[in-house]
Design a protein around this ligand. Sequence first.
Ligand code: FAD
Length: 561
Amino acid sequence: MNQANTTFSGLNRQTDINQLQSETFDLLIIGGGVTGAGIALDAASRGLKTALIEKSDFASGTSSKSTKLIHGGLRYLKQLEIGLVRETGTERAIVHGLAPHLAIPEKMLLPIIKGGTFGKLTATIAIKVYDFLAGVTRDDRMKVATAADALKREPLLDKALLKAGIFYTEYRTDDARLTIELIKKAKTYSALPLNYCEAKQFIYENEELVGVECYDGLDGQHFSIKAKKIVSATGPWVDGLRKIDQSLTGKRLHHTKGVHLVFDHKKLPLEHSIYFDVPDGRMIFAIPRGRITYVGTTDTNYHQSLDQVTATSDDVTYLLKAVNHAFPSINLQPEDVESSWAGLRPLIHQDGKSASELSRKDEIFEAPSGLISIAGGKLTGYRKMAERVVDLVVQQLGIQDDGTKTDKISLTEKPFQDFKSVLAYQKRLEEQLSNLGLTAYHAWYLTTTYGQSADLIIERLPTSSDTPEIALARAELWYGVHHEMVTQLTDFFIRRTGQLYFDIHNIKRVQTAIIKDMQTYFQWSEQTIKKQQALLSKRIDEATIFTENEITDKQWTEQSA
Ligand code: FAD
């Protein structure tokens, strides 16, 4: 019997590839977003021999481009999606319990304004129902504030329009970190996840799916993986794989794009996350987070490349107009946008419904070949989606089991007891880091990014002549390479540390040292360094330079006619 391979290191890829080629798995998952990661943990913790392949980096699809809320979705109540609100509402509390540092209670403010989506009475009733459906505990239940009170707490709101304010609770997360923690946890149950490995073709025996031909994008190897069941959790790419399987019939995906813009917190200094009205009848969020405040999202039909989704000048104009309307004194300009991200919702098409009206419910497709695909859904509901898929897999494999255990599996190695212990830990880090020239911001950042694994990073802080920021980044890189499968500059700066979005200026300060360390870890040639730098610059440009506007629905219909 093979020894369990539980090391999750970027230096260990060839061992992982050898193992993927040599064994037959109970389950192979294609797609390393939050859905695939959740399925991997559920399956592996039920004892299934599980593999997962991701064509780019883990969480590089929609799962690093969301609004980053673990939420019940107040707006779905407006669409009377009671079941969805109840399930995601209950899941919020479970995910918070599994990783209190990654699902952080966040007081949200819903301003009630003249002519807005919600009147005071409807909002009060809606949020009461919302709190009830989500089983919200007493401390976190909604509170209604007068306009004067709401203004005292958020003075940037429009005094002329404000009628009242409702404070309620949601949870803030980091979607990419949540995905990585799920994958790391699945690995401790002997799952075998590999990034930069693309499913190119399916392998059949007697018309039944038995494996996948893959391509390793890092060193150009082609190899095959055998499995008894194959699940495609490829989000926006689900229909592409159904097409390869020749099973793209019936319901199809409808891609809508969502953009978020990032501003320095000093330019949009909010205390609370605010869910505010846009003049066109939609509602969007402004969410303060450490050094920045981000604003989003848009929701527009999307018809272009799934592999290169960026914000356009129209998206920027729309969001700036919306935010300047809600907070009239701030007057934000395009040059104030520090960074941005754009992601695709893999929704299920419904005839005659607009982007914002489409249901966010997930859906499972079963193909005659045996391929199972899952799409739709929300980050918040990843655990229930995984449970439904793995229930189906074990049933088809003829395995009797006791069902999912993931509501009890903490997501980090050294889990926090509760949110109070998160705050106590952060306080302890503040004291510890101040001796090393780092600030309270870094204590908050390390706690909410790595949980108590931050101890491993702090132990590694080099005591060289580096600046404190460089020393910290180098210690984080060591952790990322040895514990989180970092192999590319972009893995580190985008998905593991979130710096491209939340601290873009730091990239300039630390990148030379990071490149040097990566060169040592991976023996990069000068040519590889150039390629890595070029890719990072491309990603920075995509986040900061806004493209021409996209194909409209009308142009798309004309082109496809
Ligand atoms: P993805 O994250 O896209 O993962 C699919 C993966 O499959 C990708 O990484 C891709 O590279 C990989 N892949 C594709 N083809 C192949 C192949 N051939 N071989 C190998 N790998 C392949 N939900 C919430 O709960 N809260 C929110 O606040 C929220 N906000 C959102 C805001 C926006 C703008 C958007 C777009 C979505 C939001 N959502 C939110 C929804 C949530 O983000 C998504 O439901 C979720 O991230 C989808 O995850 P996924 O794993 O299904 O897809």
